[in-house]
Design a protein around this ligand. Structure first.
Ligand code: XMP
Length: 530
């Protein structure tokens, strides 16, 4: 059993970042809704609970209907860290006062550390001529604590927010008005490390290479002598799940790899090479491309295309898995953000912009038990686990690829001819992103972008090549930088890189005579074009 930190979520956009930072400190943590019961909290003590973090929120702590911190948090006997709303709720509930501030603070701020608390002692970005330690932080609040609860002292302040941090060190209660979890708070990781490792006393027993053995043992215990099926897509999550389960139960795992004909260049071959040839994983490779193309013929509406691809995928998978009579389990590469999001989706607040399809969306009618060995991991942990399991670096650090594949990158009707042209153009773009190294960071532009791909536009434009006129298709290049894929900026790719990609595509891919670069951010555009 791992020591754990519990993060109670009051609805801030950045709560997940707290969890990622705690994990980066080498400490296991779980994120739960802010209104869990006292009973649940007390039960956590037997699960190795070492501390609690209260997240931010849009709400005001002094409003009647705002979410309250469960009272047990303050008598569990473990340290508590309140962040933003978490600080205000702590103050309000322990007898202090919170008011609407005269000066709202959003964005960069400089905070002066005070009172030599264990949390901030020795952590600073610079010091003033008078010798005060200063922190560069990110603030986002309209309310602030205006009176300390009994037993607390001021831990940090700014000119407009005299109580920007508070502490009751005897009880191990700390709170900050700013957000240590965002990278704009320069010492944020140092502060969270200090809290979980020194104040909560966690030993830092959470890391991916060690997790392999633990996860293998758990899968063996869960599955016993049964057989397992897994839908392999070539993406990071299903690949790492396959490698992990294969390590645990060997050839009692069968993977079903459905090639819908909308994969990237040579992707099918690569998946077979890595898993079947190199690792000896049993794979059923279903080439269903003509079936998918048939169903997509004549369909131009993006949502209709997505639905067809999703439905067809499930049918093909179901008929293949139905042949594996021995299998009792269906393995999926569900990861922790999916778990958190589907819990959040139950509140009905999410708005569907696009219907998402992925291998995880298989129906209950398969009558199989679910095996989800990555359920507690974040994406960066899944990648580290993949490396620890020996998967190729390039596969594990690949940009994400949508379930409907090139189907949402060929605008309008999907045709094999278009898919073939797009695959070749896309491969050239990706190759050049790898080839171009940014001197300042020494990273390739592939690593400097979060997702990059080519989009096929089924319009023709006039060009000239040699002595002749051409009348061919257009390809758009898309490259974005993002941390959460909810918002994204178009990537400022260097002109020489764009020039090289454009000239290679036009010269090497006959049928394309024009390349354009997409300079739209999300929002208002989305990352994919459909
Ligand atoms: P959008 O286009 O909504 O994309 O800005 C955000 C991220 O989601 C990916 N995406 C999908 N992934 N199934 C998936 O597994 C889908 O149907 C799907 N649609 C979009 C997209 O590639 C980007 O990373």
């Amino acid at each position: 059993m791992h020591q754990r930190i519990l993060i109670l979520d009051y609805g801030s956009q950045v709560t997940q970042l707290i969890a990622r930072r705690v994990r980066e400190a080498g400490v296991y943590c779980e994120l739960h809704p802010g209104d869990v019961t006292d009973e649940f909290l007390r039960g956590q003590l037997a699960q190795g609970l070492k501390g609690v973090i209260l997240s931010g929120s849009h709400a005001s702590a002094y409003e009647e209907d705002s979410l309250k911190v469960p009272p047990a948090v303050f008598d569990l006997g473990v340290p508590v860290l309140g962040i933003c709303y978490g600080m205000q709720a702590m103050a309000q509930q322990l007898g202090g006062e919170v008011s609407n501030a005269d000066h709202r603070e959003f964005g960069y701020a400089e905070v002066r550390a005070r009172g030599h608390t264990k949390l901030l002692n020795g952590i600073e970005d610079f010091s003033t001529p008078e010798g005060h330690g200063m922190l560069k932080v990110w603030m986002s609040h309209g309310d602030q604590v205006t009176r300390l609860p009994d037993g607390f002292k001021v831990m940090a302040s700014t000119d407009s927010c005299p109580i920007a941090g508070m502490a009751d060190e005897a009880r191990g209660f700390y709170a900050v008005q700013f957000h240590p979890e965002v990278t704009h708070t320069v010492q944020g990781q140092a502060l969270l490390n200090r809290f979980v490792l020194e104040i909560c006393g966690c030993v830092g027993d959470w890391n991916m290479p060690n997790y392999v053995e633990e996860a293998v043992a758990r899968i063996r215990e869960q599955v016993g002598d049964d057989e397992v099926i897994l839908g392999l897509s070539g993406g990071v999550d299903s690949s790492v799940a396959a490698a992990l389960i294969h390590k645990a139960i060997g050839d009692r795992l069968t993977c079903v790899f459905v090639d819908h004909g909308l994969l990237r260049l040579d992707e099918g071959k690569q998946v077979m090479k890595t898993f079947a040839e190199n690792m000896g994983v049993k794979i059923i490779h279903v080439d269903a491309s003509s079936q998918f193309m048939g169903k997509l013929s004549g369909v131009t509406d993006p949502e209709a295309k997505r639905k067809i691809i999703g439905k067809e995928f499930v049918e093909v998978f179901q008929s293949e898995s139905g042949k594996l009579k021995q299998a009792k389990w269906l393995a999926q590469g569900t990861i922790y953000p999916d778990v958190i999001e589907s819990a959040g989706a139950k509140t009905g607040k999410a708005v569907a912009i696009k219907s998402h399809h992925n291998v995880g969306g298989l129906p209950d009618t398969l009558n199989l038990k679910l095996l989800e060995p990555l359920r507690e991991l974040f994406k960066d942990e899944v990648r580290k686990l993949g490396v620890a399991l020996g998967l190729p670096h390039g596969m594990v650090y690949r940009h994400p690829f949508p379930g409907p594949g090139l189907g949402v990158r060929i605008l309008g009707e999907v045709k094999t001819e278009y898919a073939d042209l797009l695959r070749r153009a896309d491969a050239i773009f990706i190759e050049e992103l790898h080839n171009h190294i940014d001197k300042a960071s020494n990273l390739s532009w592939y690593d400097l972008t979060s997702q990059a791909f080519a989009v096929f536009l089924p319009v023709k434009s006039v060009g000239v090549m040699g002595d002749g006129r051409t009348y061919d298709y257009v390809v758009a290049l898309r490259a974005v930088q993002t941390t959460d894929f909810m918002t994204a900026d178009w990537a400022p790719l260097p002109y020489p890189l764009l020039a090289k990609v454009s000239s290679r595509i036009i010269n090497e891919v006959r049928g394309i005579n024009r390349v354009v670069y997409d300079v739209s951010s999300k929002p208002p555009a989305t990352i994919e074009w459909e």
